[in-house]
Design a protein around this ligand. Structure first.
Ligand code: AHG
Ligand code: MN
Ligand code: MN
Length: 325
């Protein structure tokens, strides 16, 4: 009989690989999984609960805030802010650092997240997601500071996403491989379905928004035109980073959001989109670059800074970097 390994059991067993682990790390991952279950429930009944539509607000990046964005944001802050395991948070939906409320214990980690990724797809019932990056604090004690948040991606203690699609999946890495868990609503648990995900070597799909073709750097145009001349690699673009990366991770291929003359730093944000995806893809045997350097090596200067992103099959990322030189 096939044993069902739940996320909590996996995290607990994995904790044994970190003898110095105090269990706080495992607790944080379990709390993020709980956030995923709560958001998944709302996403799956959004139409009924009338939480589609816009709140009328606009966030730091200038995007219109959807009710589900707000719900997801509040869920992350309430659950992760409550536990006493963090000393600060940061989110796409908040301009500055999110402090841990007074009276709560301060932990030794910080969490940076995109509570709802792919918001423009909510009303069309297309897959959306949540993205998170976990770091150990670098300051000694007291409330977390920007220094604790502005760390390069290679310092992530863990990274992952929850994809709210045909099924809800929790995909994460703590530096020892990438593991995927599928929510079984009948028991309310994430169960292990994808052990140690490795990026297939085949360049199955290329994924980019072709609207920007005429604003792309020449190297990107050449790369895509060559793929089209060959006619072997299928174009797939969902417009939710989590869904596009999840497909790339499982099927193989390349995703890109290039810099353009209108968006010289691209659109995607380094701290709560690029870094988590770069750690996951690297752990799965792929690569992630901003066109010049490894995403994980970029020293951040601002919470919402953007980065061009070329991510997926190592050879393809290398090819694009050479064409961009
Ligand atoms: P968010 O909904 O968190 O603002 O993220 C949207 C991002 C990302 O999910 C996706 O890859 C990208 O926007 C799509 O942008 P385009 O619509 O310009 O292709
Ligand atoms: Mn978002
Ligand atoms: Mn996003």
């Amino acid at each position: 009989m096939k044993t069902t390994l739940t996320l909590n059991q996996h995290i607990y067993l994995d904790q044994k690989n970190h003898p110095q682990g105090t269990g706080v790390f495992s607790e944080i991952l379990s709390e993020i999984a709980l956030v995923g279950k709560i958001i998944s429930r709302e996403v799956n009944k959004a139409g009924i609960a009338e939480i589609y539509g816009l709140t009328g607000d606009v966030n730091t990046s200038g995007d219109e805030v959807q009710k589900l964005d707000q719900f997801a944001q509040n869920t992350f802050v309430n659950i992760l802010g409550y536990s006493g395991n963090l000393c600060a948070m940061a989110s796409e939906e908040e301009e500055g650092l999110i402090p841990i409320s007074a009276g709560k214990d301060l932990g030794k980690y910080v969490l940076i997240f995109d509570p709802l990724d792919g918001s423009s797809n909510i009303d069309a019932n297309v897959s959306i997601g949540s993205i998170f990056s976990l770091y150990k604090r670098v300051t000694e004690a007291g409330p977390g500071t920007l220094a604790d948040l502005l760390q390069p991606g290679y310092k992530q203690a863990a990274a992952g996403y929850i994809v709210y699609g045909a099924s809800t999946m929790f995909v994460y890495t703590a530096g020892l491989g990438v593991y995927g868990f599928t929510l079984d609503p009948s028991i309310g648990e994430f169960v292990l379905t994808h052990k140690n995900i490795k990026l297939p070597a085949v360049n199955k799909n290329y994924s980019v928004n072709e609207r920007d073709y005429y604003s792309w750097p020449e190297g990107v145009k050449t790369y895509i035109e060559d793929l089209k001349k060959e006619g072997k690699v299928a174009a797939r673009y969902i417009g939710s980073l989590v869904a596009d990366i999840h497909r790339t991770l499982l099927y193989g291929g390349i995703f890109m959001y290039p810099a353009t003359n209108k968006k010289p730093e691209g659109k995607l944000r380094l701290l709560y989109e690029g870094n988590a995806m770069a750690m996951l893809m690297t752990q799965a045997g792929g690569a992630a670059s901003n066109g010049q350097k490894n995403i994980l090596e970029i020293e951040p200067t601002e919470l919402h800074q953007r980065t061009p992103l070329y991510i997926g099959n190592q050879n393809e990322v290398k090819k694009i970097k050479q064409l961009l030189q």
